[in-house]
Design a protein around this ligand. Structure first.
Ligand SMILES: NC(=O)c1ccc[n+]([C@@H]2O[C@H](COP(=O)([O-])OP(=O)(O)OC[C@H]3O[C@@H](n4cnc5c(N)ncnc54)[C@H](O)[C@@H]3O)[C@@H](O)[C@H]2O)c1
Ligand SMILES: O=C(O)C(=O)C[C@]1(C(=O)O)C=C[C@@H](O)C=C1
Length: 364
């Protein structure tokens, strides 16, 4: 029995998803495009098994349908699909960067014998189009799923199982909560990056030295300003209520900095950087690519010089391969927490035994 997957919109995300699924046992991937030139691109790159301009053809007998078009096109596509004869039990999902409005749309359509489960892989790039698609895009990333209450567990489990091929980690979430959190950690940073680049671009009109001297700091904070304009227009308009609140908080944060500078408050500036340093150091280290997922343990350690070397040496002497060490909290006179990462679960298990035998407190 073959499992037919239909992908609508084979760009960066749709193409990457297709590449994760194509060639897997029993799976056939059909790509849908709204323009003829897109068909040739996806076929010549081997991203899909077949490609069509016909929605009916793509959707017919599909077991899974993924909507990977810009957010503004998700609802029209879902509406059109709801009017087509779909295979009973078919699961429709999407990859849109916002989740509340598409969830509400699916609810209002009262789909019969087919299930809508919103999705959002938390991985991407400033690049776009099928040219930028890669099978490794989602590896080790979080992948949010937002099933509504009436989706049976059996359907949710089927989608989750299929998405195992992405090697991403699934997280189940309420769509409104998704939009609030992702608005803050993804949409707001895109606005800030674009506003900053455009501000500097204005100065550069007056003096081209601005662009010439722009180095690491400017590049690091502005990579995402190169993102696809239509995709981001749709995301920002769709999540505008959340973003308007976030921008007010942003203004307060900037106002705080203005006050620190006016009052020449060096201590305040230092504190702001220290606070940011701590939170940023705690961000999950989820590098994508060929890298295997990491297995982490946490160890309570006294804060004294040489502790990293001591632990690394102990593990090395037992032939345990350690991939990364990080001190998470390391203030004076405070017990530190060390994160140890391993590529192999077996190495992690052996490390636990060794560290316990040396009377370290180990947490998983
Ligand atoms: N770019 C990211 O980092 C990222 C990450 C996660 C999720 N997403 C979401 O994934 C979806 C696709 O984004 P992408 O980055 O793959 O963009 P993309 O531009 O690479 O791909 C978009 C695809 O939709 C098609 N398309 C464009 N306009 C269309 C229209 N009017 N009608 C029908 N098809 C149309 C394009 O031909 C292309 O195949 C968006 O909903 C976006 O919010 C993006
Ligand atoms: O890494 C990037 O370039 C991204 O913009 C990826 C990113 C993000 O902001 O983290 C962008 C949009 C998504 O919907 C999910 C992920």
């Amino acid at each position: 029995m073959t499992t037919k997957i239909a992908v609508f919109g084979v760009g960066l995300i749709g193409g990457s998803l297709a590449l994760c699924l194509k060639g897997k046992p029993g799976i056939t991937v059909v790509g849908h495009a709204h323009k003829a030139e897109e068909l040739e691109k996806m076929l010549s790159r081997g991203v899909v098994d077949a490609a069509t301009l016909s929605m009916e053809e793509a959707a017919a007998d599909a077991d899974f349908i993924f909507l990977c078009v810009p957010v503004g096109m998700l609802e029209p596509y879902l509406l059109k699909l709801s009017q087509l004869p779909l295979k009973p039990g078919c699961i429709i999902s999407d990859v849109g960067s916002t989740k509340a409005s598409i969830a509400a749309c699916a609810k209002s359509l009262n789909l019969k014998d087919v299930y809508f489960i919103g999705g959002h892989p938390m991985a991407g790039s400033e690049r776009s189009g099928v040219e930028a698609a890669t099978q490794l895009l989602f590896e080790n990333a979080f992948y949010v799923l937002t099933p509504s209450d009436n989706v049976p567990e059996e359907a949710y489990a089927r989608l989750e199982k299929l998405l195992d091929y992405t090697r991403a980690q699934m997280v189940r979430m309420d769509p409104e909560l998704h939009d609030e959190i992702v608005g803050a950690i993804s949409h707001l940073p895109h606005i800030i990056a674009v506003a900053l680049v455009n501000q500097i671009s204005e100065y550069n009109h007056l003096n081209p030295l601005y662009r010439m001297l722009a180095a690491g700091g400017f590049r690091d904070i502005t990579r995402i300003a190169s993102s696809e304009p239509i995709v981001w227009r749709d995301i920002l308009l769709n999540n505008r209520k959340v973003l308007l609140n976030l921008l007010q908080d942003w203004n307060h944060g900037i106002e705080h900095f203005i006050q620190l500078l006016i009052s020449e408050d060096g201590e305040g500036i230092k504190e702001a950087f220290q606070k940011a340093n701590i939170f940023r150091a705690e961000l999950p280290d989820r590098r994508k690519g060929i890298i295997n997922p990491l297995f982490d343990i946490y160890v309570d350690v006294p804060d004294h010089p040489g502790i990293i070397g001591k632990i690394a040496t102990e593990l090395g002497s037992h032939n345990i391969n350690l991939s990364n060490i990080q001190i998470i909290e390391n203030r004076e006179d405070v017990q530190g927490v060390m994160r140890l990462s391993f590529r192999q679960e077996s190495d992690m298990e052996r490390a636990k035994v060794v560290l316990n035998s040396l009377n370290y407190k180990v947490f998983v």
